[in-house]
Design a protein around this ligand. Sequence first.
Ligand code: NAD
Ligand code: MG
Length: 398
Amino acid sequence: MTMVQNLTILGSTGSIGVSTLDVIRRHPQRYRVVALCAHSQIDRLFEQCLEFRPRYAVVKDTELAADLKIRLQAAECPTSVEYGPEALVRMASLQEVDTVMAAIVGAAGLSPALAAAVSGKKILLANKEALVMAGPVFMRAVRQNRATLLPIDSEHNAIFQSLPFDYSGDLARSGVQGLLLTASGGPFRSTPREALEYVTPEQACAHPNWVMGRKISVDSATMMNKGLEMIEAHWLFNVPAEKIQVVVHPQSVVHSLVQYVDGSVIAELGNPDMRTPIAHALAYPERIDSGVAPLDLFEIASLSFERPDFGRFPCLALAYRALREGGSSPATLNAANEVAVQAFFDGRTGFSGIPRVIAAVMDRLPSTRLDSLDDVLAADAEARKVAESMIVETIRHE
Ligand code: NAD
Ligand code: MG
């Protein structure tokens, strides 16, 4: 018999949050939702509360909380409403919660994800930015508090599934030669380079294979997503950057591979649907139905692989540089990227401005040591400030 798992979902109204609830909906006897945490999409959160009847719901601020409270009361839904960043941390640490889905986008997700680690929870990590920013601090918290960290990012979930069951972070001992991290190449894989200067946010968000939130869609288009994932893989699996090879694979069917010293290569394949890694991590080490259609190899017919083009995608090289520099550099990279992507959405910088801003911020801010969450948050704040000033300067010079 399986015990009921009690869950907090951080980012329940986003793309990953909605897919998570879709898997949970199929297994009401296995999962109970204790807390649903969102930001400002309260219509969707209200519907989720009516369906899943969580004990708590969290929104951005007091006005939205008041609004949601009135609607829940009118619908006789007993969920109590909280708001703000401290409430997210509380929800991630609740005694009655076993598992935390960390699916907030960006740096905002770090503190609650870290709180889940400190409370020794089972963490389903979609929020890669948290690990990129705070790698050493996050992994130490996981180890010291015996938390369980399961990757939701499809590539890392594939690697997790392809590594030995008892993988301990020692590559040599497990006979692993290296990781092959697949990338779709995004919507601009073969767009002429000169044209990249003029692409719009709508074009950047039109991903060929995956339906995702807007920020990660732009990250996929610049390939910063793969850069962040390379750093994520480094921390999750204790693998140096030179043993992680990015492989462009436009069909997104092979979700990543592990190469062994004897020549064996083990991969996980599937349709590009995040409900597969979500269901894997929710049920681990068991298996449950995710609602994903079976893979039809006859329909797919052929799979192809290419080398990444570092010239076309400078963000990839910037991520390798950040990991090489170490310390606060990945946090700087991530913060500068978040600011630059937001500026791209707001029409304050072009698509090609994104890597230019990040490179300029990294040139300006040398790497410093990271020993605590405060160090990480300070590096993040500093990089945001410098990035904002760079964007103002770029506009002036264009
Ligand atoms: P999304 O934009 O669809 O959803 C983001 C969620 O975060 C929303 O629920 C929103 O309410 C919440 N949120 C945003 N800012 C917040 C704040 N300041 N405080 C509290 N909550 C806040 O994003 P997504 O595509 O679901 O991605 C979520 C995370 O998962 C990202 O880190 C992304 O890189 C990662 N991820 C997503 C996919 C995917 O297929 N969508 C795949 C792999 C990894
Ligand atoms: Mg991914």
